[in-house]
Ligand binder design. Structure first.
Ligand SMILES: [Zn+2]
Length: 228
């Protein structure tokens, strides 16, 4: 359902999706339209009331990048790899290589360059990250039903009894203590399917760096998404 909403003297187009569990979630489509996820039974009137009293939220969402536009058309100058910021250089050679902490990327259209780097990082995540997860599982005497990587944009890891553990491949950009923390965090969810006090106590038994890892992710987490 689409709605027009007058916001600071201009018409905003609202695309309403009734797919949220309990919160109202706004996303920007472009400077004149927003996507809004609302709970199934929220009336339009209550939604409009909510919008009227959350003008600051609308303003903030309108400042975010457009959903429809790619964030950048150029590779970043540096990217994180295993906890170090590494330089990206465009090379006239037609082969990609990683040498002396430099990523040499051939002259190619942007999307292909991005793909070359993503493939390199995903391959490393496949070995490094999933091996770590297996090692920690072993130490903790746990055997998740499956361990895989995910391309999710909204979480670092997810754990379900039935489907096992999926880790975001972008964590390969983070230092070891961060990867270890996320592995242990997800494994502990096999014991506690929540973030209760007991859950965090279990995490602390196996991980000394919880606070440090969380701080690192808060500070650098978005930079791990520079390649989309
Ligand atoms: Zn969790």
């Amino acid at each position: 359902m689409d709605l027009q909403y007058l916001w600071q003297g201009r018409e905003l187009k609202l695309r309403i999706l009734r797919n949220a569990k309990k919160n109202i979630i706004l996303r920007k489509i472009d400077s004149g339209s927003l996507k809004i996820s609302v709970p199934k039974y929220l009336s339009v009137k209550r939604l409009l009331n909510w919008l009227d009293s959350h003008q600051d939220v609308i303003a903030r969402v309108l400042q975010t990048p457009d959903l429809s536009e790619p964030k950048t058309e150029m590779l970043p100058e540096k990217i994180w790899f295993r906890g170090q910021l590494q330089t990206i250089k465009i090379t006239s050679q037609n082969q990609f290589c990683y040498e002396n902490e430099i990523f040499y990327v051939p002259h190619l259209p942007f999307l292909q360059q991005q793909q070359v780097l993503r493939t390199f990082l995903q391959n490393h995540a496949q070995t490094v990250l999933l091996n770590k997860l297996a090692e920690h599982a072993n130490k903790m005497n746990l055997s998740p039903s499956q361990i895989t990587l995910t391309n999710a944009k909204t979480f670092w890891g997810v754990c379900r009894q039935k489907t096992g553990i999926r880790l975001n491949w972008r964590l390969i950009g983070a230092p070891d203590f961060v990867m270890d923390y996320v592995c242990i965090h997800e494994l502990c969810h096999l014991w506690h399917a929540n973030h209760s006090k007991a859950f965090w106590q279990s995490v602390a038994v196996y991980c000394d760096d919880v606070a440090r890892a969380k701080t690192w992710l808060k500070k650098h987490g978005t930079a791990l998404f520079l390649l989309g």
